[in-house]
Structure formats: structure tokens, C-alpha cells
Design a protein around this ligand. Structure first.
Ligand SMILES: *Cc1c(COP(=O)(O)O)cnc(C)c1O
Length: 422
């Protein structure tokens, strides 16, 4: 059986029968992508307004990234870290300099990079901060999303992600996001806190943007208490929010500079768009005083740091710089929010629009349990634009950052027309 000639309907049926049901996809079967567009197996063309949860910031099948992949795939793909390879060092140097840290620890998926950051923070707590064995505590935020491993879901408060997956990993304290008093309380009189981990914008929770200055203040409190600030920028990083990192200062330049970082995390977690969605690449960045707690044998991954990943990631990051995608995301994001804000004045269906750069969401004026957002996404699909609800009544809009202003205006028209038809 070849699947090349099958219809969307039969392909969905095959997945339904033979695949585990760990997702509930929008019914559309894609077989081709280029830039901001994807095509289904029947040949219908769509604007991609999800970008694989912000992994495809550079656009689908970017020719430079695919070129790097092809060339390296013919030379060497995997050696394991039992031996050196001739590309990893170049990637480590490039990423360390670009993001302004001493060292990179490369992994593959976002969840693995989060796990890596947690392990580094705990070790640092025992070996540098002098915390008693097995007493380390890490503060996280309610409604966080950091991935799907058993430890990570242990500190999630999404019942769907947690139910019947216990026993859960200990050592985490949950506080309100965007609440400085809560952070102060959690740190005060608790000498066992080693780190505070947060998303600069809570993406999965529904693109929840914290108040201006929250991250800087949180980082300051951490510093005063010898607690590491861990930024999970797996979704917000790599130009998505109009800056190279969401924790960068208020400019849309394409390097993470020392001049005016809003917040300089002690540990930075990256994934998703670090490879332009071409190959699973993730990583953790930190300075030597922290990263040096990792010693041979204490952490690893067979695929982490492989030469194919290294060349793909370098090229994907260079595309972000060369095509000024942070600037483009900042500019188009302003247009998107101002157009939609003007529109919702006239439309009771949408409560509000929020976001930064090209990571935005609309909140539908209906209950969390209603299927209105899902039905809107089905209609958007029919009208040639793909987006997905996150948390019931919220629809995230995150197109590839290579979009032009004309294309964005076309998308805004599709979104307005679709919402008006409800
Ligand atoms: C997607 C995501 C992760 C997990 O990444 P995977 O590659 O799916 O494991 C972690 N943190 C944040 C903020 C994410 O958006």
C-alpha cells in the first residue's frame, strides 16, 4: 500500500486505527509546505498560522536550512558523543556567542532540554549553594507548559496531562504566574530553593503576557536570594516575539546583547525554532560557574549534539539574523494586533486580542468548555488558514516569521470574514 494516492479521509482513518490517540488534530492532512504556506493531499493551499507551535519560524522547508541538511546528511549524521565530530564545536561556539553565554549543552526535544536545566539547577544547588542532599526545591508557575516527561507533568496543573501518570516527582513549588508577591513568599525563609523556572510568555496557557517588568523583577529577587532564574524560551525564543529572545531588551536586533537585556536568565532553554522545524534540536545555555557542575557521564543523549543537528541549527539561526525575522515579527505583530483590536470593537464574539511579536491569541467570548473556538478553526481551515484552539476558548495565531505585510493583510481579512460569519 502506498499512501501517496490516498484521500485525507482515508489517511485520517489509518492514523485513527494504527496510531495512539495522544492528539486531537484539526481534520486536515498536509503533504507539502513552503514558506508561510502548506498544502493538503487534495492540493488545497493554506496559510499556516500555527507554525508547528512556533518551531517553523523560518518558514516551511527554508531552502538554506534544507540545503545544509542535505549536504551534511551525505557526509556524517551521527557518531554519538563517544567521539568528537567536526560540527558540534562550531554550533556550541555560534550559539554561545549569539545568546551571550559561556556554554551550550545540546539535546533534541524541548522537554529534554527542560529536564537538563532542572538537573543542572539541582546539582548547582547541592554543589555550589550547599543545600543538603535531596532537599532542593524548584519554583514553577501555575498553568505552565514545559513538556510531557514524568517529571515535567509532575509540576503541571493540567489534569489531562497528569491523570493516572503518578507517582509524581517531588521538589517543586507552584506559584501564580505574573505575581511578584507570590514569588517573594515562596523564596522567603526557604533556603532550599535552587531555581525559579518560567516562560517569558505562557504560550500553551493561551499566550498569557505578564505585566511589564515582571521578569526583570523576578530575576532581581532570584539574584538577591542566590536562586537561579531559568527561562524556558522553547516557544518564545528565536525571534517569535519580535526580539531574538523574549527576555531581550526592548529592541528588535538580531543578537542577544549585553547592552540592555530586560532579563539575563542564569539558564536559558531553547528548542523548536532553533532548527527551523527541520530536525529536533534543543539546548540549554549557561555560564561556566553553573554549567561546570555537569561532568562526564552525569548527563547525555545519543542524538544530542549530532553533526546533522549542529549544521541545521547554525543555518536556522543565521536565517533569523540575515532575514531580520525579529524585526519583521515585531512590525507585523503591531499591525496584527491593531487591526484585530479595531475589528473586535465591532464583534461580540471576541473578548480580546493579546500577544507580542507574532505570538498572539484571541479569546472567544464563550465558556472554556464550549466548542466555538474549535468550530471557528474548522471554518478558518475552509477559508484557507490553519490555527488551533489552546485551552478551550483561546485561539493562538503564530504564523511563520517570513510572512510579508501583504500576506498578513490577506490573513487578517480571512480571520475577520470568518469571525463575522459566526
Ligand atoms: C513545546 C514546549 C516545550 C516542549 O518541547 P517538546 O519539543 O515538545 O518536548 C517546552 N517548553 C515550552 C515553553 C514549549 O512551548
Amino acid at each position: 500500500m502506498t499512501t501517496d494516492t490516498l484521500t485525507s479521509e482515508s489517511l485520517i482513518q489509518i492514523e485513527d486505527q494504527y496510531g495512539a490517540h495522544n492528539y486531537h488534530p484539526l481534520p486536515v492532512v498536509l503533504s507539502k509546505g513552503e514558506g508561510v504556506y502548506v498544502w493538503d493531499v487534495e492540493g488545497k493551499k493554506y496559510f499556516d498560522f500555527l507554525s508547528a507551535y512556533s518551531a517553523v519560524n523560518q518558514g516551511h522547508c527554508h531552502p538554506r536550512i534544507i540545503g545544509a541538511l542535505e549536504k551534511q546528511a551525505r557526509r556524517l549524521t551521527l557518531t554519538s558523543r563517544a567521539f568528537y565530530n567536526d560540527k558540534l564545536g562550531e554550533f556550541e561556539k555560534f550559539a554561545s556567542e549569539l545568546f551571550g553565554f559561556d556554554k551550550l549543552l545540546p539535546m533534541n526535544t524541548g522537554a529534554e532540554a527542560v529536564e537538563t536545566a532542572l538537573k543542572i539547577a539541582r546539582r548547582w544547588g547541592y554543589e555550589k549553594k550547599g543545600i543538603a542532599e535531596n532537599e532542593a526545591q524548584i519554583i514553577v508557575c501555575k498553568n505552565n507548559f514545559h513538556g510531557r516527561t514524568t517529571t515535567i507533568i509532575s509540576f503541571s496543573n493540567d489534569p489531562v496531562a497528569r491523570k493516572n501518570f503518578g507517582p509524581y516527582t517531588n521538589g517543586f513549588i507552584k506559584i501564580e504566574y505574573d505575581n511578584i508577591a507570590d514569588l517573594e513568599d515562596a523564596i522567603a525563609n526557604n533556603k532550599n530553593v535552587v531555581a525559579f523556572m518560567a516562560e517569558p510568555i505562557q504560550g500553551e496557557a493561551g499566550v498569557y503576557v505578564p505585566q511589564e517588568g515582571y521578569l526583570a523583577k523576578a530575576k532581581q529577587i532570584c539574584e538577591e536570594n542566590n536562586v537561579l532564574f531559568i527561562a524556558d524560551e522553547v516557544q518564545t525564543g528565536i525571534a517569535r516575539t519580535g526580539k531574538l529572545l523574549a527576555t531581550c531588551g526592548n529592541c528588535s536586533c538580531n543578537v542577544s546583547c549585553e547592552k540592555k537585556p530586560e532579563v539575563k536568565p542564569d539558564i536559558l532553554i531553547l528548542g523548536k525554532a532553533i532548527s527551523g522545524g527541520v530536525y529536533p534540536v534543543s539546548g540549554v545555555l549557561a555560564n561556566n560557574d553553573i554549567m561546570n557542575v555537569i561532568t562526564p557521564g552525569s548527563h547525555g543523549s545519543t542524538f544530542g549534539g549530532n553533526p546533522l543537528a549542529a549544521v541545521v541549527a547554525i543555518e536556522a539561526l543565521k536565517v533569523i539574523q540575515d532575514e531580520k525575522l525579529a524585526e519583521n515579527a515585531a512590525r507585523l505583530g503591531e499591525i496584527f494586533r491593531s487591526e484585530l483590536n479595531a475589528f473586535i470593537e465591532t464583534c461580540d464574539l471576541v473578548k480580546l486580542v493579546r500577544g507580542k511579536g507574532l505570538l498572539n491569541a484571541i479569546v472567544i467570548n464563550d465558556s472554556e468548555e464550549s466548542d466555538t473556538a474549535w468550530n471557528i478553526c474548522l471554518k478558518l481551515r475552509d477559508n484557507g488558514l490553519l490555527a488551533k484552539p489552546t485551552h478551550g476558548n483561546i485561539i493562538r495565531f503564530a504564523p511563520p516569521l517570513v510572512m510579508t505585510e501583504d500576506e498578513l493583510m490577506e490573513c487578517i481579512a480571512i480571520i475577520k470574514n470568518t469571525l463575522s460569519s459566526f
